[in-house]
Design a protein around this ligand. Structure first.
Ligand code: 5GP
Length: 193
């Protein structure tokens, strides 16, 4: 790992449907020095998404080429055929700009990043109120086809089993409380705003 920086990493993970993206957005609003790490991914762009804002959208071939060139700090095939990864260039870009970096990534990617940057990073696991609520949220959201929904439910159960390996846990039962707990964790970790 050749990146050297005083920038810190706030790594937020948890199953799809726990509200982690909402919490990450809130943290970005509270801490001006935080910047969002835009991942690369090989899934198709959704109608409400923009290239270079939500993700850098790549074909599977482009993604694999970047893997072979060592362009990723971490990457995972999060769902069969759908690759997601953190680009070295993205983190370097944000650190050069004097920012701390916040990540919204899957649990395995989160723990891998922490291994790369043990001193500079904190991992936060967002817990749903219950497994039943999580399943209902995934169904209500249902932005994907039924097959994909099944995949996401299976993945969510697997992800929940990784929670004990995280530095901090936030239960998203009431959003306001989850916001406050997350802000306190990040504030303590950064030591400033
Ligand atoms: P979605 O397709 O719903 O945007 O994201 C699917 C999953 O991929 C989410 O759990 C998201 O956090 C995760 N993800 C997004 N970017 C990355 C990344 O760079 N690396 C890894 N390992 N997972 C990611």
């Amino acid at each position: 790992m050749s990146i050297v920086s005083s920038g810190k990493l706030i790594i937020v993970a948890g199953p799809s449907g726990t509200g982690k993206t909402t919490i990450v957005r809130h943290l970005l609003g509270v801490f001006p020095r935080l910047a969002f790490s835009i991942s690369a991914c090989s899934r198709p762009m959704r109608p409400n998404e923009r290239e270079g804002e939500d993700y850098y959208f790549l074909t599977q071939e482009q993604f694999k080429e970047k893997i072979s060139k060592g362009d990723f700090i971490e990457w995972e095939e999060v769902y069969p055929g759908s690759f997601y990864g953190t680009l070295r260039s993205e983190v370097e870009r944000l650190w050069k700009a004097g920012r701390h970096v916040i990540f919204d990534i899957d649990v395995k990617g989160a723990l891998n990043l922490k291994k790369h940057f043990p001193e500079q990073s904190i991992t936060i696991f967002i817990q749903p109120p219950s497994v039943e609520t999580l399943m209902q949220r995934l169904k209500d959201r249902n932005t994907e086809s039924p097959g994909i929904l099944e995949q996401r439910i299976g993945k969510a159960n697997l992800e929940l089993s990784f929670a004990p390996q995280f530095d901090k846990m936030v239960y998203n039962i009431e959003l306001d409380k989850a916001f406050k707990e997350s802000v306190d964790i990040v504030s303590n970790f950064l030591g400033d705003k």
